[in-house]
Design a protein around this ligand. Structure first.
Ligand code: ATP
Length: 298
């Protein structure tokens, strides 16, 4: 599949703060691509660079296989911070102004985007009468003017309540169904997991991993065991076949298996036959949260 965006060794510092360190990845066409990371990990800096708001210190990027140009920019709609809509004007009047300033879209396009963001029926209401979720949908509507092929959103659900979050999620899914490529920054694992097909996980300016969500968050079986002598148990289990990884954690040993392959009775028998009785033997499914923490912790 063709890459809509390719990043090649992007670095950026603010004085002594290294906001991005040699970051490279590709965003496939038609993907919903989540840039996931805690506050300060460099997400906004990266979005600003690919939108030509900031300049990278080194490295390069290409949209649709070409260096950025006014022509390629027309194919990208973005929402980095909430636009300054006029409180006393309606949604339509606000979008008319956005359209006139940006030169994107036309009057006919305004109803089209209002329909997509589900505000057509409220198009004549004043902006000040909108809920936070409606305001954010209008902001997304502004990014849709001119029907760009790619959409870039920074934390699109920030500050919204669960209903507002769900509405934005559905909106992003419907945009993806229309064939748009969506690049969104988020610090919420849950949000990324629910809407994204691909993810890049960032930590303090460094890319931890990028790829298909299913691969990045591949689930594993984890079995926790303990006995009186944890070190001895750890050594013993090093000889047990089938585990992909063994970790000692306080007074427990964790065994990791490919999903669906852990057999508790086999572990129990192996330990018993080697002279160790277990006082804990439990299957612990790995949650995405723990996976995310593991990815982003030192
Ligand atoms: P958040 O979710 O909080 O916006 P983020 O992942 O988007 O975080 P960035 O905003 O890109 O992260 O910030 C990356 C690092 O660069 C942080 O340490 C931040 O403090 C620093 N930084 C960002 N902008 C500036 C600036 N204009 N001047 C100095 N330092 C900055």
């Amino acid at each position: 599949m063709q890459a809509v965006l390719s990043l090649n060794g992007i670095s950026k510092s603010y004085g002594s703060i290294k906001a991005l360190k040699n970051v490279s990845y590709e965003v496939p066409e038609g993907s919903v691509f989540g840039i996931l990371g805690p506050n300060g990990s460099g997400k906004t800096t990266m979005l600003s660079i690919i939108l030509d708001i900031l300049k990278a210190d080194s490295g390069s990027f290409a949209w649709f296989g070409q260096p950025g140009s006014p022509e390629t920019r027309k194919r990208i709609g973005s929402l980095l911070e909430t636009p300054n809509f006029y409180q006393y004007l309606s949604a339509v009047d606000n979008l008319n102004i956005t359209e006139a300033i940006s030169g994107r879209g036309n009057a006919a396009d305004i109803d089209r985007v209002l329909e997509i963001v589900n505000l057509l029926e409220r198009k004549k209401s004043k902006f000040s009468s909108y809920s936070l979720g409606m305001k954010q949908r209008l902001a997304i509507g502004a990014a849709l003017l001119g029907d760009p092929q790619v959409l870039v959103f920074d934390e699109p659900t920030n500050g919204l309540d669960p209903v507002g979050i769900a509405e934005i999620r559905e909106l992003i899914k419907s945009l993806a169904k229309r064939g748009k490529t969506i690049i969104m920054a988020s610090h919420l694992l849950d949000e990324v997991e629910k809407v994204c097909t691909h993810v890049a996980i960032m930590k303090r300016g460094t890319l931890i991993v990028a790829g298909n969500v299913d691969e990045v968050f591949a689930n594993e079986d984890i079995v926790e065991v303990s006995s009186q002598d944890t070190d001895h148990l750890h050594n013993l289990l090093n000889g047990f076949n089938g585990a992909t990884k063994i970790k000692q954690d306080d007074n427990k040993v964790q065994l990791f298996f490919p999903q669906g392959t852990a057999r508790l009775e086999d572990i129990n028998r192996y330990c018993f036959e080697n002279g160790t009785t277990l006082n804990l033997l439990a299957m612990k499914k790995k949650s995405l949260e723990s996976k995310f923490l593991e990815l982003t912790n030192d």
